[in-house]
Design a protein. Structure first.
Lengths: 534, 378
């Protein structure tokens, strides 16, 4: 059997992670900013105040710069399953392809057609017409996220599908189970609201920077208020729904959960929450100091006081059992593929079907399963555990950032609602440093979800290693170098344009940019922001 | 079982429709990119050209994305085999295509002429190369690809990517480039005036007839090349390219079998001739909207001709012909096809409706002045 080489597997994973994380720099901002634009334009249309139109157009320009790269890098994602994960594409394409195609039909077509009208149609459409178009862009981008996460949900918790030995792949059995998978639904809400937080922080921090320089005060002040309120509510939503997601993962993906919590041993219910720990994947224990809150993990994850959470070592023992159970199933499948009339083989296969994925874990070390040794089985079982240190800390950092954003957005919302002034000087000064935080948090969320899913592309059904295309390593070096160069050039250009247009600010309002900026805070704080620069 | 056969044929047709949508709509935008530097001599003219398709290219590009998605969902084996087998070519396609969104959006954001010139070259590459690759892919599909499957359906590709640029594939690629230039030129004529309009008309009248010459040459080539004939396939069976009962014959002229069996299929190539000849005449008479629609008909004729010749083959294997991917052995399960059909029936009419509305909203001529006064223009 031709299988991908270890180098190819490794490089394919790096390439996918790099291109997905890069794409995911632009997506959350699109999700959030599109709704903020719609909200601003709604105020413009309902009150008729032109400043809200200027706000919409200014943030819309930054939206477009971001959107272009989102579209470009999204193309890569659609290609990459086929180019680099061809066995995966064959094995679950019957299920996984559908939400991707529906995303195009229902969401992306809408988003892309109306984004053209949103940017070019200001003079061609009525006020209400243009507002509807802006809303359709927001709706389209969010529906897009829904279908992508339905597809991803299947990788995390493969419901609504069954293995068909004739076509030698998994096939869809229930579209509703796929669509209403708990993982997909809770992750959709968590991810899209994370996008709203990203959009809000983007608007609030850049506006706060203007305020700190005393520039574009009218637009910035209003942007801060809208952004901070939207963001504060959203970040509360992200945190609560993150908890729901943990609850779901606790049931569907025990290995991910144990890795997120650094739980090597099964602990007495309710298990403590480790705030800080240093898991060692080598030694299979936490080394160094551990800070715990008694009982909290059990309560948060099981929403109960008495349900036990299995530890990593226990899960590894269970994996060993399932590998052993998978071996006769895979051997029966091979016999059945040789001779489709072999009813005995089919019966054995059906009996062991659930553990075929575990047999594939073992095939990495024992291509001929009849010759598999105990050592190889132990190796494969060890593989069944995701990288604990990375998952644990990605998760911790993401949560830390979420709470940091919560504090920041509540502070900004409070100040922007209070009568006295726009915001505290200190808060304005540190604001710009908050700008990267939501982007990092989103990336860390992706890492938690997808590293925690390892060693599977489809949880317990299809291992990552066998999913890769059987390329020569040279192809992978070629494509990795190509992506690196192109993406590097793109990000430099994008950042350059973003910074340039942020510095330039909303032009139409007639505020000339203040150069230098020294002492720019003074005028803002010394009088209620009505006429800043005169 | 009968339902499953009907669904397979339906999704073969729908894939054809999507590829036609891709060729017509994305091809038009890519044609504009290809001829941008020729039709637009000044920055103002180039901006007019870009702003003519500016509001639409993004929506049009979804035909491409949807085409990919539909192959993945309805023909997963083909998605897995073709995309991985053609790795280098796919990357060439992807890397040139992703310049386009960025190029449109960023080109006119800075006044520097070096900057704008660089993006204009980028837009040329991202228009010309993908259309060449699309056509070449079609040309190669007619010749078959060197691949086979392991027992577990892992696909193994055994050819080099250089072979993919063989003379027939390049001819097919140039046909697709010519048609894209024709369509791009017709679109520019629709919405421009003056020098831009005249140069576009000139190109339309060169590249329409050129496409016809290439189409004719390709047709003669196809009639004499090695084609494939299928026997022993169970049409309603679950997708299994390793079915031992299937045999595939390779013989010269086999791609004409379907035309001999159903002479009505000759209407498809005829449609191309009618479309391009009348289209070029319409273009000459300045009736560019008519020329555009006739060009779209010609595209339907070209894609239809290829589909009719190959049916039921979708991706023949030149090394293991019996494992060739066909309408009968490469589709999704019945359940998936039913659901995909439901979504398509609901949403494709909606897509056609709002796309038409978007074009209607943005109708009329685009002028240099207009572009320079609009802060959001490309």
């Amino acid at each position: 059997m031709v299988v991908p080489s270890e180098t190819v597997i490794e490089l394919s994973r790096w390439q996918f992670a790099a291109t997905a994380l890069y794409h995911f720099l632009f997506v959350p901002l699109t999700l959030g900013l599109s709704f903020i634009l719609a909200a601003m334009e709604t105020v413009y249309v309902t009150t008729g105040r032109v400043i809200y139109k200027e706000m919409t157009q200014f943030w819309g320009k930054l939206f477009a710069i971001n959107f272009a790269l989102g579209v470009a890098t999204g193309l890569t994602m659609e290609f990459e399953f086929g180019t680099n994960w061809s066995f995966y594409s064959h094995y679950v394409g019957d299920i996984f392809g559908a939400p991707l195609a529906i995303e195009g039909l229902m969401a992306f077509f809408m988003e892309s057609t109306f984004v053209g009208l949103m940017l070019f149609g200001w003079d061609r459409l009525s006020k209400a017409g243009h507002l509807s178009v802006t809303f359709l862009v927001a709706l389209g981008s969010n529906l897009s996220a829904l279908w992508i996460l339905v597809a991803n949900g299947f990788m995390q918790d493969p419901v609504g599908a069954a293995f068909n030995p004739v076509s030698q792949r998994m096939e869809l059995t229930s579209f509703f189970d796929l669509l209403f998978s708990h993982d997909a639904q809770s992750k959709f809400v968590h991810t899209s609201i994370a996008g709203y937080v990203t959009g809000a922080i983007f608007v609030v921090t850049i506006s706060a920077w203007y305020l700190s320089k005393g520039r574009h005060v009218e637009i910035a002040r209003r942007s801060v208020r809208m952004g901070a309120l939207f963001g504060a509510f959203s970040v509360i939503g992200v945190i609560t729904l993150g908890d729901a997601l943990g609850f779901v993962a606790g049931h569907a993906q025990p290995t991910k959960l144990a890795a997120m919590e650094g739980m090597w041993e099964t602990e007495q219910a309710p298990a403590p929450l480790k705030v800080i720990a240093f898991p060692s994947d080598e030694q299979q224990r936490n080394v160094g100091p551990t800070i715990e809150i008694p009982g909290l993990a059990g309560i948060l994850i099981t929403h109960s006081l008495d349900k036990e959470l299995p530890g990593i070592k226990e899960l590894e023992r269970r994996a060993t059992e399932r590998i052993r159970n998978g071996i006769p199933g895979m051997l029966a499948l091979q016999r059945y593929r040789q001779n489709p009339d072999d009813q005995a083989a089919l019966a054995t296969l059906r009996e062991h079907e659930d553990d075929l994925g575990y047999a594939m874990l073992l095939m990495r070390y024992a291509p001929d399963l009849t010759q598999a040794t105990e050592v190889q089985i132990a190796q494969a079982a060890r593989d069944a555990i995701p990288p604990v240190w990375l998952t644990f800390w990605s998760f911790r950092l993401m949560i830390g950032m979420a709470f940091l954003m919560l504090i920041y957005l509540i502070a900004m919302a409070t100040y922007s609602l209070s009568k006295q002034c726009v915001a505290h000087r200190f808060l304005l000064k540190i604001s710009i440093w908050m700008l990267p935080v939501p982007f990092l948090a989103c990336e860390l969320g992706w890492l938690t979800a997808e590293l925690g899913r390892q060693p599977w592309t489809v949880y317990e059904k299809l291992p990552t290693w066998i999913s890769a295309s059987t390329h020569s390593a040279g192809y992978l070096y070629f494509s990795l170098i190509g992506f690196t160069l192109i993406y590097l050039v793109f990000i430099i250009i994008e950042m350059f344009l973003m910074v340039k247009f942020v510095r330039q600010g909303p032009g139409e309002h007639g505020h000339r940019p203040v150069t230098g900026g020294g002492g720019g805070i003074q005028p803002v704080l010394s009088r209620p922001v009505m006429k800043p620069e005169e | 079982m009968e339902v499953y056969i009907a669904l397979k044929v339906l999704w073969w047709l729908l894939l054809g429709v999507l590829l036609m949508g891709l060729a017509i709509m994305v091809g038009m935008d890519m044609g504009v990119g290809t001829i941008l530097r020729y039709v637009g001599r000044t920055d103002g003219e180039r901006r007019v050209a870009l702003n003519i398709i500016g509001p639409h290219w993004d929506g049009n590009q979804v035909w491409f994305i949807l085409g990919g998605g539909a192959i993945f969902a309805a023909w997963p084996v083909i998605y897995a085999t073709a995309f991985s087998g053609l790795y280098v070519v796919m990357l060439l396609l992807l890397w040139t295509m992703i310049i386009r969104p960025v190029g449109f959006e960023y080109r006119s954001k800075l006044p520097s002429s070096t900057w704008r010139n660089a993006w204009d070259w980028g837009l040329f590459v991202s228009g010309f190369v993908p259309m060449l690759v699309f056509g070449a892919a079609m040309g190669n599909a007619l010749q078959g690809f060197p691949y086979h499957f392991e027992w577990n359906m892992a696909s193994v590709y055994t050819g080099s990517f250089i072979v993919l640029f063989n003379p027939f594939a390049i001819l097919a690629g140039l046909l697709s480039v010519s048609m894209s230039i024709y369509m791009g030129a017709a679109m520019l004529m629709n919405r421009s005036e003056g020098a831009l309009y005249e140069r576009s008309r000139k190109l339309l009248m060169i590249f329409g007839p050129l496409a016809l010459v290439l189409f004719t040459a390709g047709g003669i080539w196809i009639a004499n090349m090695q084609g494939y004939t299928l026997s022993g396939a169970t049409q309603g069976a679950a997708a299994n390219p390793l079915d031992p009962h299937v045999t595939v014959q390779m013989s010269r002229g086999a791609w004409l079998t379907n035309f001999r069996a159903m002479p009505v299929l000759w209407l498809l190539p005829l449609l191309t001739y009618v479309g391009v000849i009348l289209g070029a005449l319409a273009g000459r008479a300045g009736k560019s909207h008519l020329a555009w629609w006739l060009g779209a008909l010609a595209w339907i004729g070209i894609m239809g001709t290829v589909g009719a010749a190959m049916f039921p083959f979708m991706m023949p294997s030149s090394t293991h012909a019996a494992q060739s991917l066909t309408v009968w052995n490469a589709s999704s399960s019945e359940h998936t096809l039913i659901w995909m059909t439901v979504w398509t029936v609901v949403f494709v009419p909606a897509i056609l409706a709002y796309t038409s509305w978007a074009f209607w909203v943005m109708r009329g001529k685009v002028s240099t002045q207009q572009v320079e006064n609009d802060d959001h223009a490309y």
